[in-house]
Design a protein around this ligand. Structure first.
Ligand code: GTP
Ligand code: MG
Length: 384
């Protein structure tokens, strides 16, 4: 039985609007007691979340309680070893209830209209009775000291919507850490009965790949530029997208957006898919007026439903899990190898020697590797 089937068989709480779900406290799970994320950018300076018991977390999430969901996400975002251990148990326990949502990734340059688009599509979905969670992967939040993507003022209606849950990007930390937190947050949202999970990213560095690798359908929100549409688009992105939404197709800009959409469509035909999947779709839309936004959702929904029916969805998710496994193993090994004062010292010494011309790079690298091996022999793995 696939994860999806299990999810259905167990009757994940589609009807989870039970006690507490629609309460006003749930509007701001982030500020729900000490469990919410702290605005302090320095993760090490965060106060410890007041931890619930594993049972309280699990039952709260299962019943769709957004306040508890917010606190559970804070738990998986915590870097404290004791929280990490509990977070692992929580995710394991809830795993049978995951897999049921349509997972949609959304990227686009700053100002393309991602937040406005999510507000528009999200409220459309909640109005149709679906529950929508919004997560963000924002590698730049470390620099800006706060989450631009979590800017709820751009999503005023969705923020106040009892069927929606918006979680700003965790602040600080490397992309690998942010990716893990967001993956686990996504699973928790599914266990809480959300039908659609939207994961937003601004597309800095590798964050597009990271988000494409945790979602079923990946949307790039673009805008018509002056002249050459392709200047602003990375080839790597073209290989990842399932749909390009040329936004701001309204007013004077309508014709330009339509022309840009045609250009993108022409280019996409020339670019192969990374996974040999279905042809990407290009649509023009306006997050401002709502024109075309329903079509974007319909394209995502029908593609994902089709993949679910054919078994391709389970396959895609399995492939994502494999890549994730390799990424995790690499990350853990790197930390195990380089996370010691001895290795840092050996590395600094090797750098000095190469800089001074005392050692050739190959010899110096050998010294670092020997220090790593010595550290590995002494090490005992300290958690994920
Ligand atoms: N005319 C028009 N303006 C839009 C549309 N969508 C968004 N905007 C405007 O574009 C600006 C940027 O929109 P956001 O939704 O904040 O863009 P974003 O991609 O989330 O930006 P970042 O969070 O900074 O990455 C805002 O002033 C919006 O009002 C649209 O469809 N048409
Ligand atoms: Mg935004």
């Amino acid at each position: 039985m696939s994860g999806d089937d299990r999810h259905r068989a167990r009757g994940v709480p589609r009807q989870a609007a039970g006690p507490g779900f629609g309460l006003s406290v749930a509007r701001a799970p982030e500020s729900a007691g000490a469990g919410g994320p702290d605005p302090t950018p320095d993760a090490s300076a965060r106060p410890a979340p007041a931890v619930l018991s594993l049972d309280e977390y699990a039952r709260g999430v299962e019943s769709g309680d957004r306040a508890v969901l917010g606190r559970a996400i804070s738990l998986v975002e915590s870097n404290r070893p004791e929280h990490r251990a509990m977070a692992d148990r929580l995710v394991d326990r809830l795993l049978p209830r995951t897999g049921g949502a349509v997972r949609v990734g959304i990227t686009g340059v700053p100002g393309a209209g991602k937040s406005t688009f999510i507000e528009r599509m999200g409220t459309m979905l909640t109005a149709s009775g679906l529950r929508v969670a919004v997560l963000a992967v924002d590698p730049s939040s470390e620099v800006t000291g706060g989450s631009i993507l979590g800017d709820k003022t751009r999503m005023p209606r969705l923020s106040a919507d009892a069927r929606a849950f918006i979680r700003p990007s965790p602040t600080g930390g490397a992309l690998g850490g942010v990716a893990r937190h967001t993956r686990e947050a996504l699973l928790l949202c599914e266990a809480a009965g959300f039908d659609v999970v939207l994961v937003e990213t601004v597309g800095v560095g590798q964050s597009e790949t990271v988000v494409a690798d945790m979602t079923d359908f990946f949307i790039a929100v673009m805008i018509a530029g002056a002249g050459d549409e392709l200047q602003g688009i990375k080839r790597g992105l073209l290989e990842l997208v399932d749909l390009i939404a040329v936004n701001k197709a309204d007013g004077d800009n309508t014709a330009r957006a339509a022309a840009a959409a045609r250009e993108y469509a022409a280019v996409l035909r020339l670019v192969g898919r990374r996974d040999g999947g279905a042809e990407p779709v290009v649509l023009a839309c306006s997050a401002l007026t709502g024109a075309g936004v329903g079509e974007v959702w319909e394209a995502a929904r029908s593609r994902v439903e089709g993949m679910r029916a054919s078994g391709r969805l389970a396959e895609r998710r399995r492939e994502q899990e494999l890549r994730w496994m390799h990424a995790l193993a690499g990350e853990r090994l790197r930390r195990l190898a380089f996370g010691s004062p001895e290795v840092a010292e050996a590395t600094a010494k090797a750098e000095e020697d190469v800089r001074a011309g005392r050692l050739r790079p190959g010899e110096a690298a050998g010294k670092i590797v020997r220090a790593v091996l010595a550290r590995m022999r002494a090490a005992k793995e300290d958690g994920p």
